[in-house]
Design a protein. Structure first.
Length: 116
C-alpha cells in the first residue's frame, strides 16, 4: 500500500503561480497529477517516470506546468505558472502499481481555485 498526501492548493489570481506537492509513504514508481473540475471527468495533467527524466503533459498545460520529483523525499511536485480560471479543479496525485503499471494509488485531492 502507498499513501499519498497532497498539499499546496489554494486560491490564486489568474496569471499567478502555485506549486503542489505530493508525499508518498514509501518509494513509488511512475507518478502523475490529475484534476477534476465540477461537472467534468477527471483528466490527466502530467506524469513523470521513476527516474524523473520522462515527463508528459496534457496539451492544455504544456509550457505552463512542470512536473518533477525528489526520490530522496518520496515527493512529486507540480509547478503551475500562468494559471487560468479554467485550471480551477481538485488536483489529485497518483502513483502507479509496480504490478500493473497503471495508476492505482490516489491522494485525497487538493483544491486549486483561479480567480479572474
Amino acid at each position: 500500500q502507498v499513501q499519498l498526501v497532497e498539499s499546496g492548493g489554494g486560491l490564486v489570481q489568474a496569471g499567478g503561480p502555485l506549486r503542489l506537492s505530493c508525499t508518498a509513504s514509501r518509494r513509488t514508481y511512475g507518478m502523475g497529477w490529475f484534476r477534476q473540475a465540477p461537472g467534468k471527468e477527471r483528466e490527466r495533467v502530467a506524469t513523470v517516470s521513476w527516474s524523473g527524466d520522462i515527463t508528459d503533459y496534457a496539451d492544455s498545460v504544456k509550457g505552463r506546468f512542470t512536473i518533477s520529483r525528489d526520490n530522496a523525499k518520496n515527493t512529486v511536485y507540480l509547478q503551475m505558472n500562468s494559471l487560468k480560471p479554467e485550471d480551477t479543479a481538485v488536483y489529485y496525485c497518483a502513483a502507479k502499481s509496480v504490478v500493473t503499471n497503471a495508476f492505482h494509488y490516489w491522494g485525497q485531492g487538493t483544491q486549486v481555485t483561479v480567480s479572474s
